[in-house]
Design a protein around this ligand. Structure first.
Ligand code: PLP
Length: 361
């Protein structure tokens, strides 16, 4: 039986997405690939139909971190930029490191990883008028918390500060309010909620920003403005991961056929709830007790006393399931289960039976 990946990317591929990888022997300078790229761009823009008019996707051959780096690098100006970075986990803190490497000004508003982002402190700081941008993480994969971007985005709008959002592990599986959040751009990846392969990522950018602005790019390779200009005709300045674009093309058709992102979110919620209840019955508690704060597609759980992550991981891996460890301060204390990708209720029943056999031998 095929191994099931329970990591928040890469995800288990469906048969049809796997097969699409084999149609990829195309040269990236040929018109066939340009046509494919244009279709993928149009379909990415259609995942959230209400975003289509004002935003445009820019496709990059890189992992999710590369898309976030391209977004921050290209859109925050070198002169006069000052970013408020809101962090409550690994990915928010990584955004701050990115700005540091780029030599751009920022302030880090950091919350303890088990806590929500600090909306009232964000409001205090935004009130001073000293920021050009806010950077935040939508689904903070470190814990599985879906951050309250609804409140933060509205604040950004109130103070007229553009928001740059890391939506790498939420795009295609959670609600994004394109109208209310002051969103200038959001970064996302093919290999998470879109169920394609890692290596292709993209940034949805406001069209007027792409048309108007000078690039602040600190990287020759990750300059969104340069990609956006070439991709108007379906071409890219550098070689794209052709096979990975084919997989994304197929994965988007699959998403539309199943009913779009809302249907996918409903599936995620059902599967996550199944895992939560099954683990609760084994005495295993979620990291975030207030589970409305959790994302639809990933939850973290405390390891039961006396059971190491290595033992649990090895047992499950030998039986065809790859779970995901904690990062940073949670390493060795938690495990994470993501339900993205080609997974069924039956798969998770088998998973829960295997966890039971380790916990209650
Ligand atoms: C996965 C993820 C990323 C990017 O990780 P890569 O390993 O570079 O793909 C960025 N932000 C969040 C919130 C993520 O979950």
């Amino acid at each position: 039986m095929k191994t099931k990946l329970l990591s928040p990317g890469p995800v288990t591929l469906s048969e049809r997405v796997s097969r699409a990888l084999l149609r990829g022997e195309l040269c990236h300078r040929e018109s066939e690939f340009a046509e494919l790229t244009k279709r993928v761009l149009a379909n990415l823009a259609a995942v959230y139909p209400e975003a289509r008019e004002a935003y445009r996707p820019v496709l990059l051959t890189t992992s999710g971190t590369g898309a976030v780096e391209a977004m921050i690098g290209s859109l925050v100006p070198k002169k006069g930029g000052n970013v408020l970075v809101i962090a409550n986990g690994v990915y928010g803190e990584r955004a701050a490191s990115t700005l540091e490497v780029q030599g751009k000004r920022f302030e880090l508003l950091r919350s303890e990883w088990l806590l929500p982002i600090d909306i009232s402190e964000a409001e205090e700081r935004l009130r001073t008028g000293r920021f050009s941008h806010v950077v935040a993480v939508h689904h903070e994969t470190t814990t599985g918390r879906l951050n309250d971007i609804d409140s933060l985005g509205r604040l950004c709008r109130q103070f007229q500060v553009p928001l740059l959002l890391d939506a790498v592990s939420s795009f295609g599986g959670e609600a994004i309010d394109w109208g209310a959040w002051s969103l200038e751009a959001c970064a996302a990846s093919a290999g998470k909620c879109l169920h394609a392969v890692p290596g292709i990522s993209f940034v949805m950018v406001k069209k007027d920003v792409l048309a108007r602005r000078e690039s602040g790019a600190t990287s020759m390779y990750l300059d969104l403005f340069r990609y956006a200009a070439d991709q108007a005709d379906g071409f890219s300045p550098f070689t794209q991961g052709v096979q990975a674009v084919c997989a994304l093309d197929e994965a988007l058709l699959e998403l539309f056929e199943m009913g779009g992102w809302e249907q996918r979110r409903a599936t995620y919620r059902t599967l996550t709830e199944q895992v939560r209840i099954g683990l609760r019955d084994l005495g295993i508690s979620p990291l975030l007790e207030d589970h409305p704060a959790s994302s639809s597609m990933l939850a973290s759980y405390w390891l039961p006393r006396g059971l190491s992550y290595e033992k649990l991981h090895a047992h499950l891996k030998a039986r065809g399931f790859v779970i995901y460890s904690g990062q940073g301060r949670f390493e060795g204390e938690i495990f994470r289960i993501a339900v993205m990708g080609d997974l069924t209720k039956g798969d998770l029943e088998r998973l829960l039976a295997e966890i039971r056999s380790v916990v209650l031998p």
